[in-house]
Design a protein around this ligand. Structure first.
Ligand code: E4P
Length: 216
């Protein structure tokens, strides 16, 4: 399972990119709205050039014609752009047209297996099931990852599964075990991924032992 970061913030992307673990980036209109005073298109290009992997930028239109025209415009910005399309009937029409033009799409706001299969059949490059938002309503978001992975494997579908709406390390562990191709992870969760209390304790112990003999 690869890691994407789920943000439009350059400082967050730069910091995590330095770890060498980032394969791509996803944004959405809410994340872009947090970045005051930026040009959406300029920011997408900046991210593409820094990360050198797939960068999802979402369309705002709700009708297929509008999504297609926004999608083409986004795709022209950079070779790494992936057009994020909401999971609707209009969205499927847009995915079909964009896919026929060789434009990659990420179908977002997926909450069940049938939506995922439908998006894949329309030609989506990626589907994004939202784990955390399912947990929020009392369901088991990770079960959806397992079920989509099972169906895609059974039917030899190569659309990639992006585990989205990640809230904690448990989601990352669970998504990896259940066959997600990618997890798109918020900065604050990524920051926890190197940490374990026994690692900290071990480092302290090694340093103390070293310091106790170094002047002998
Ligand atoms: C996915 O691409 C979305 O940007 C994202 O993961 C949404 O997560 P949220 O439920 O934390 O807003």
């Amino acid at each position: 399972m690869k890691y994407f970061i789920d943000t439009a913030n350059m400082d967050e992307i730069k910091e995590i990119n330095e770890w060498g673990v980032l394969a791509g980036v996803t944004t959405n209109p809410s994340l872009v709205a947090k970045e005051k005073g930026i040009s959406f298109h300029d920011r997408l290009v900046e991210i593409c050039e820094l990360v050198g992997g797939p960068v999802s930028g979402e369309v705002i239109a709700l009708d297929a014609e509008g999504m297609i025209s926004e999608g083409r415009e986004l795709a022209r910005l950079h070779q790494h752009i992936v057009v994020k399309i909401p999971m609707t009937a209009e969205g499927m029409k847009a995915v079909k047209v964009l896919a026929s033009e060789g434009i990659k799409t990420n179908v977002t706001l997926v909450f069940n297996t049938v939506q995922a299969l439908t998006a894949a059949r329309a030609g989506a490059t990626y589907v994004s099931p939202f784990i955390g938002r399912l947990d929020d309503i009392g369901l088991e978001g990770l079960d959806l990852i397992e079920d989509i992975h099972y169906i895609f494997t059974l039917h030899e579908i190569d659309t990639e599964i992006i585990a989205a709406s990640i809230r904690d390390e448990g989601h990352i562990h669970g998504a990896a075990l259940r066959g997600a191709d990618i997890a798109t992870i918020p900065y604050k969760v990524l920051k926890k991924l190197t940490r374990h209390p026994l690692t900290d304790k071990g480092i302290d112990q090694f340093l103390n032992d070293w310091n106790s003999i170094k002047d002998q």
